[in-house]
Design a protein around this ligand. Structure first.
Ligand SMILES: [Zn+2]
Length: 138
């Protein structure tokens, strides 16, 4: 493992230094890799969510009013919830905060028929990496 220095290299490409140009952004990735990773993860959620929905539908197991993308994002959050990594913890906290906030805003909370689709929209807008706290736009 390389020593932590001002010029620590990105853990993904091992070519470019970590710049931390934006406050609250990743402490492991260069800006280019961070942008690529976010783009890849959003593609994963979109494409994987559609595949998940197709798979579950074949078996009559698709819950009503929920998309495959929302199921996949929830699965990723659950998988990350046991991680001690600060960025994983921050992402799970941002997702929970967005969910709790929406529950407070909508009449009927989680029972509101629009809850799932609006939650999916809010989760899409969250930054996937970085250690900014819930609600912090940093
Ligand atoms: Zn990189």
């Amino acid at each position: 493992m390389p020593e932590v220095t001002d010029l620590e290299l990105c853990q993904r490409c091992n070519l470019r230094p970590i710049t931390n140009e934006r406050p609250g952004t990743s402490d492991r990735l260069c800006g280019d890799c961070l942008a690529e990773l976010e783009s890849e993860m959003n593609a994963l959620f979109r494409v994987g969510g559609a595949l998940m929905q197709g798979f579950l539908s074949v078996f009559g197991a698709m819950p009503k009013g929920v998309s495959g993308e929302l199921i996949l994002r929830t699965m990723v959050a659950n998988a990350m919830s046991g991680s001690e990594h600060p960025e994983a913890k921050a992402l799970v906290a941002r997702m929970r905060a967005a969910s709790d906030e929406l529950e407070r805003e909508l009449p009927g909370g989680r029972d509101n028929p629009g809850f799932a689709s609006q939650l999916e929209e809010r989760w899409r807008r969250l930054p996937l990496s970085g250690v900014s706290p819930p609600g912090g736009s940093a």
